[in-house]
Design a protein around this ligand. Structure first.
Ligand SMILES: *Cc1c(COP(=O)(O)O)cnc(C)c1O
Length: 827
């Protein structure tokens, strides 16, 4: 190969950040790279070309950030999560790079509208709901605060299913979000990792006569990383989300198959590649499928190997300072195989002894708990572990043995305590309790709202809390104000900056400065104008997707979240029936006109949740077609709830429904998005609602219902019929439902719903809170008539929402768990 060392490498022109640079680069990608035709190129081609243009502009910051991280001897954190509910990326990139106006102009030169191009992008729906969205908000905050945090997840081929509504029922359609390619990712084939499954563990002696364990006869799968850039807000930092894809180990395994069965052998590749095929669509419940355990181990092993490879490249096999430089945050127990897997890698692959490996593991792992619901607590059969992950099970049993010895030393003779704390649950079938594994293996365990953490220590982890009180801490959730305020609500963004200056954009607590403006009539008018525009846009969207015409200027009352009995969409639905009943009784003058909006997906195997969707749709259908409701009440179920839909909904909602049974919603984050955008909340004393109410003031929050303690006390002698007997309105509602009024052509379909709420064992106590909810909704309706007061409270809600920024949450994770130095970067 001819070389001329004296000749410098050809130079690259710097990338312009103005409209004409964006325009010419977009044209370059469109016409030269994608080979599109000038006049007939599709929206998708233009979207891809602009995405490539923007990605180029992320790469420099990306490399600079990586250099800074590598050069510094600083500590890094790794956020391990089976879910990252990213939504769309283009808008967020424009916002964080400050390229919104330039991109808008660039596309005008191309005779395109940026808004249309943004709509082309499919949501990256790699999560179910709150837990996955939290991971995405956290990555945005880490980058915006300049913290060296890498996200690790799975690159599911199919994300959260697309929801269609047919005949009022949910129909799931596969979400092939990658079908047009995903321009934001970069494949990193040089960082492929090998993951073991099955086989057995084997003891051998090395050349020095030392005994070791190894995992042999395994069936291996390759983990191929794809990196997505995570830019900070206007600070030059670009962190990484690394998603793993499962790929078969290629032709090597062919020998295992019958030599004559070549096509069958190639087809068997599929088996390995199934691991990253699809996201499990269960929110707050586990289904215990083997493939899910494979996904969990796949993520944990690939990510830890990746981190260790970087360490070894610099420090060799010396792990002395590893703890000082690493922290792994486990998003729920889903990635908690990381505890035994780090032990395995350190001992079997890098020669550490148990004590040193345990010291490192138990001082680098931190676990976030997301739920108290027993059906969501992960337990895996020991039998399954033994078969699928034999070496891991050995390590788990050793961790447990040593842990129980320590407990026995501290509480001699208390065998009941040992049984309660054990990582292994005894019974007909022995099970591995993943939450216990995560608690034992971590130096920090946190809940996600004050009440949730308190209940964790009083109930689920009461024994652990007594044993290790210092391990437990609270980190109330937050949401990123970039996506959920600045991007979702540009009208409000401009108005806020006009009124209080731009400082709130990097310190959301500065929204406090808005409070005095709540008393200013002129400002209130401007405030409600912005909100009205947002509401008109939402009404158009609802009309387009459901055919329902919202009542102009009426109260927009929204409950959008996963469909689950504990979230009590049923309570809302029964109240809607009550409003309808009042209209039918002729109380039309007292009724405040309302548009009631529902949206949310049900887990495909969750019968009751799917029936609730049908119930809401049937109610909507009857009400919307009854001429008596004209101008008074509209009900709609907007299909396919997802991040990009919530961006429009939260900016246009007047009343945020946060009505879960007290003690059941760990935190909620939808509640925070609504509050930031000026919605008032009707809610129970549950999750972060409590902190929202404290922040805005009790007089500016519509509180109703039993508190968590009262729910607990009522449980034993709960009798739903008492509430029907004592509230004539509720009685009429129940009679309407039971008469088949909403299912004239589908007899009996709502019997399960009637049964669920009238049953003495209704765990969600829907009817117990009906009267209190109904009365509070009357206060809401009355306040709506006083628009001055309503807009005043709306402004005060936004003004008090600063602490629900995920920047505050991440600053606390960092100050109390991670202890990372922010990167010094220039924007
Ligand atoms: C914020 C968000 C959630 C969480 O909502 P909750 O009301 O807290 O359950 C779920 N899904 C999407 C798409 C979201 O944006």
């Amino acid at each position: 190969m001819p070389q001329c060392p004296s000749q410098p490498a050809c130079s690259l022109p710097p990338l312009g950040m103005d409209a004409s640079s964006l325009c010419s680069d977009t044209r370059h990608y469109l016409l030269r790279t994608l080979g599109a035709e000038e006049t007939t190129s599709s929206g998708n081609s233009v979207y891809t070309a602009l995405a490539m243009t923007l990605r180029d502009r992320l790469v420099e910051g990306w490399k600079n950030t990586q250099k800074k991280v590598a050069a510094g001897d600083g500590k890094r954190a790794f956020y391990l999560s089976l879910e990252f509910l990213l939504g769309r990326t283009m808008g967020n990139t424009l916002l964080n790079l400050g390229l919104e106006d330039a991109a808008h102009e660039a596309l005008i030169q191309e005779h395109r509208d940026l808004a249309d191009i943004l709509e082309v992008e499919p949501d990256a729906g790699l999560g179910n709901g709150g837990l996955g969205r939290l991971a995405a908000c956290f990555l945005d905050s880490c980058a915006s605060l300049g913290l060296p945090v890498t996200g690790y997840g799975i690159r599911y081929e199919y994300g959260m299913f697309r929801q269609e509504i047919r005949g009022g029922e949910q129909v799931e359609e596969p979400d092939h979000w990658l079908k047009n390619g995903y321009p934001w990712e970069m494949k990193r084939p040089e960082r492929i990792r090998r993951i073991h499954f099955f086989g057995r563990s084997d003891i051998y002696t090395d050349a020095q006569g030392k005994m070791h364990c190894r995992w042999i006869d395994s069936h291996d799968v390759l983990a191929v990383p794809y990196d997505i850039p995570i830019p900070g807000h206007r600070n030059g930092v670009v962190n990484t989300l690394r998603l793993w894809r499962a790929v078969a180990t290629d032709i090597f395994d062919l020998g295992e198959f019958n030599a004559g069965a070549y096509p069958e052998a190639v087809a068997a590749k599929n088996n390995a590649e199934h691991i990253s095929m699809v996201l499990y669509p269960n929110d707050s419940s586990e289904n215990g499928k083997e493939l899910r355990l494979r996904q969990q181990y796949f993520l944990a092993s690939a990510s830890l190997q990746d981190v260790i490879a970087d360490w070894v490249a610099v420090h060799g096999e010396n792990f002395r300072d590893f703890t000082k430089r690493h922290c792994f945050q486990l998003n729920d127990t889903h990635p908690s195989c990381a505890v035994p897997e780090l032990m395995r890698l350190l001992m079997d692959d890098h020669g550490l002894n148990w004590e040193d490996a345990w010291d490192i593991t138990s001082r680098t792992m931190a676990y976030t708990n997301h739920t108290l619901l027993p059906e969501a607590l992960e337990r895996w059969p020991v039998r399954l572990f033994r078969q699928l992950l034999p070496r891991l099970l050995e390590i788990i049993l050793e961790i447990n043995g040593r842990f129980l010895q320590e407990v026995a030393r501290r509480a001699p003779g208390d065998t009941a305590l040992l049984r309660r704390l054990s990582i292994i649950e005894e019974g007909d079938e022995q099970m591995v309790r993943m939450a216990h594994l995560a608690v034992v293996g971590s130096f920090s365990v946190n809940g996600v709202a004050a009440l949730h953490t308190e209940l964790l220590c009083k109930e689920l982890f009461v024994d652990f809390c007594r044993l290790y009180p210092k391990k437990f801490n609270n980190k109330t959730n937050g949401v990123t104000p970039r996506r959920w305020l600045q991007w979702a609500n540009p009208g409000l963004r401009e108005l806020l900056t006009e009124q209080i200056g731009p400082d709130w954009k990097h310190d959301l607590e500065r929204l406090r400065d808005l409070a005095p403006a709540a008393e200013d009539a002129d400002f209130r008018t401007r405030w409600s104008k912005v909100r009205r525009i947002n509401k008109e846009r939402l009404a158009a969207l609802v009309h387009q997707h459901t055919g329902v015409t919202f009542i102009p200027d009426a109260l927009v009352d929204a409950q959008v979240k996963r469909i689950h009995e504990y979230k009590r969409q049923l309570l809302n639905a029964l109240h809607v029936i009550h409003l309808y009943d009042r209209i039918k009784r002729g109380e039309t003058t007292e009724i405040t006109p309302r548009n009631v909006l529902f949206a949310g997906k049900a887990a495909p195997g969750y019968f009751m949740a799917k029936r609730i969707i049908k119930f809401i749709n049937n109610i909507a259908n009857v009400i919307n077609h009854d001429p008596d409701t004209e101008g008074l009440l509209r009900v709609s179920f907007l299909p396919d709830y997802r991040v990009s839909l919530m961006e429009q909904i939260c900016a246009a909602t007047d009343l945020s429904e946060q009505i879960s049974t007290a003690g059941k919603e760990a935190s909620g984050t939808g509640n925070m998005k609504f509050m930031m955008n000026g919605a008032l909340t009707i809610g129970t004393l549950d999750g972060a609602n409590i902190e929202i109410r404290d922040a805005v003031g009790a007089e500016h929050f519509f509180l109703f219902g039993l508190n968590a303690q009262e729910v607990g006390q009522l449980r034993e002698h709960y009798d739903p019929h008492i509430y029907i007997q004592t509230d004539r309105d509720l009685q009429r509602v129940m009679e309407l439902v039971q008469s088949g009024y909403f299912n004239a052509f589908e007899p009996g379909i709502f019997d399960p719903i009637v049964h669920a709420v009238t049953h003495a064992h209704d765990p969600w106590m829907v009817l117990a809170d009906f009267t209190s909810y109904k009365l509070k909704q009357r206060e809401v309706a009355e306040l709506w008539h006083d628009q001055t007061e309503w807009q005043r409270l709306s402004i005060l809600n936004t003004a008090a929402s600063g602490r629900f920024s995920s920047d505050r949450a991440i600053a606390q994770y960092n100050a109390e768990i991670w202890h990372l130095q922010p990167l010094a970067m220039t924007p």
